[in-house]
Ligand binder design. Structure first.
Ligand code: GCO
Length: 483
């Protein structure tokens, strides 16, 4: 999920065709890994099967109607169809599959007794992937907190750090012999700050729904910083445990990164972009890669709320660094000064694209800029693109005579890969790309209306049909590049 459309699509498509035919070659490094990504809640289904506990998303969709009546109770039924799905990914040539574990499948109450049937699903999935020659990449937490833990205060309760660590240990011990790439948490800014903030407001009669979650009132957003801090502590604590166990693999985190560009070259807009960058990007990049929070945003937040940092916290975060940074990139933010705005005096421009993608402005240079900036400002860390992809709506995703000619998605993927390749040539240590997503799936509050897959899923019959983009991605993997 990302922020704020689409210029002359045909021009862009023909430009990319031109680049493909006569432009620079884009062969990736020999050891480059081509993957796809999902999250448990969005694909598994089987929401009450084999002893699984409830997650907050089960509650949001079934009880609170947050996806307008749609739920992921069945989703794309990957819990039952993982063998076929793994076989399909193998045929496509996918080299690594990023999936998340549903915490409440393994620990129905969030802590305490392990549900061995739930754990066993992930054992089987990992074994199936390995047998297919696909490397499993496991995200421990992709937003589906066990409801039992939400009932105890959720991530706002500082005990959540130990709840998460206990759960992480169970997963490391169960799968760590076969899983060599771990992601602690997915997108703290989007979930801990934006989604949880918006839901908190909507459920609190004293606050009420926020029309624009990305531009929520400063005090509401600052009030979420303590939740984000507990995520940072949980992340660091889990890395500490991973290291203690002496497992040979790599562990990182997936951060949403959205470069913030000033709307004009006025100093006020430049200052506004610095704030937006701080709120979305630096607030988590800094602790993860430097072990500290950015002073400017800390001051902004501190005028409204206690962000929960206690003695020793930053030392713990600083002492437990990632092996790689996962970058989720969908689009940039365009920012202007807006003194009247309750959102830190800044505002975001609307998506300028004529045919908007679901997940923000299509701007591949933003990916290039984000990668170069992380490389420059954070000491050249090892980077994996852990998410990038798009859905453009029914026009691009129309199933006709058993085919989906999704030219906009193909164009999107191609242009972002060219941007990623350019960053590698310019020195960024980028070694993996996980496309979001292999299969159409459940897109959170937007339910099934937003398709991001290379593979079309008929949500009634569960039939899977390769879109044109799937063949295209397959050809990139075969050639290890775009030409
Ligand atoms: C996110 C999540 C994914 C989304 C994807 C498409 O970034 O919101 O990590 O779960 O489905 O980004 O919006």
């Amino acid at each position: 999920m990302s922020g704020p459309s689409r210029p002359l699509v045909t021009a862009a498509v023909s430009l990319s065709v031109f680049i493909g035919c006569g432009g620079p070659t884009s062969t990736f490094p020999d050891d480059f890994v081509w993957g796809t990504a999902t999250a448990a809640y969005q694909v598994e289904g089987a929401w009450q099967e084999d002893g699984k506990g409830r997650s907050v998303w089960d509650t949001y969709t079934n009880d609170l109607n947050l996806a307008e009546g749609e739920t992921a109770n069945v989703a794309i039924d990957q819990y039952h169809r993982y063998r076929e799905d793994v076989a399909l990914m193998k045929e496509m040539g996918i080299q690594s599959y990023r999936f998340s574990v549903a915490w409440a499948r393994v620990l129905p109450e969030g802590t305490g007794a392990i549900n061995s049937a739930g754990l066993d699903y992930y054992n089987r999935l990992v074994d199936e992937l390995l047998a297919a020659g696909i490397e499993p990449t496991v995200t421990l937490f992709h937003w589906d907190l066990p409801q039992a833990l939400a009932d105890r205060g959720g991530w706002r309760n500082r005990e959540s750090v130990e709840w998460f660590n206990d759960y992480a240990r169970i997963m490391f011990e169960a799968l760590g012999d076969r899983v060599k790439t771990w992601i602690t948490l997915n997108e703290p800014f989007i979930d801990a700050i934006i989604i949880e903030g918006a839901i908190r407001a909507a459920l609190d009669p004293n606050i009420g729904p926020v029309p624009e979650p990305f531009a929520m009132p400063a005090e509401l957003q600052a009030g979420q910083a303590i939740v984000g801090h507990h995520w940072m502590l949980a992340h660091a604590r889990a890395i500490e445990t991973y290291r203690e166990l002496g497992l040979d693999g790599k562990i990182g985190i997936a951060l949403s990164v959205s470069p913030a560009y000033p709307a004009t070259d006025s100093p006020d807009d430049a200052a506004a972009a610095t704030i937006a960058d701080g709120l979305h990007n630096r607030w988590f990049l800094d602790p993860v890669l430097k072990g500290e929070y950015p002073e400017d945003i800390r001051e902004l937040y501190a005028t409204h709320a206690d962000i929960g940092v206690r003695e020793g916290d930053l030392e713990r975060i600083a002492a437990n660094r990632v092996d790689f940074l996962g970058v989720n990139y969908y689009g940039p933010a365009r920012v202007r000064a807006a003194p009247e705005s309750a959102h830190f005096g800044i505002a975001y421009l609307d998506n300028p694209d004529a045919q908007p993608a679901f997940n923000g402005e299509v701007y591949p240079d933003g990916l290039y800029d984000a990668l170069m900036r992380i490389d420059r400002d954070y000491g050249g860390p090892l980077i994996y693109i852990t998410e990038n992809g798009a859905g453009f709506g029914p026009e691009d995703d129309r199933l006709v005579d058993g085919a989906v000619h999704d030219v906009l998605r193909q164009d999107y993927i191609r242009r972002h890969l060219i941007a990623a390749h350019r960053a590698i040539q310019d020195g960024v240590d980028l070694r993996r790309y996980y496309l979001w997503s292999c299969f159409d799936n459940f897109e959170w509050i937007f339910g099934y209306s937003r398709r991001f897959g290379l593979v079309h899923v008929d949500f009634e019959t569960q039939d899977r049909i390769w879109k044109d983009s799937a063949y295209e991605y397959q050809s990139y993997i075969r050639r290890n590049g775009l030409d």
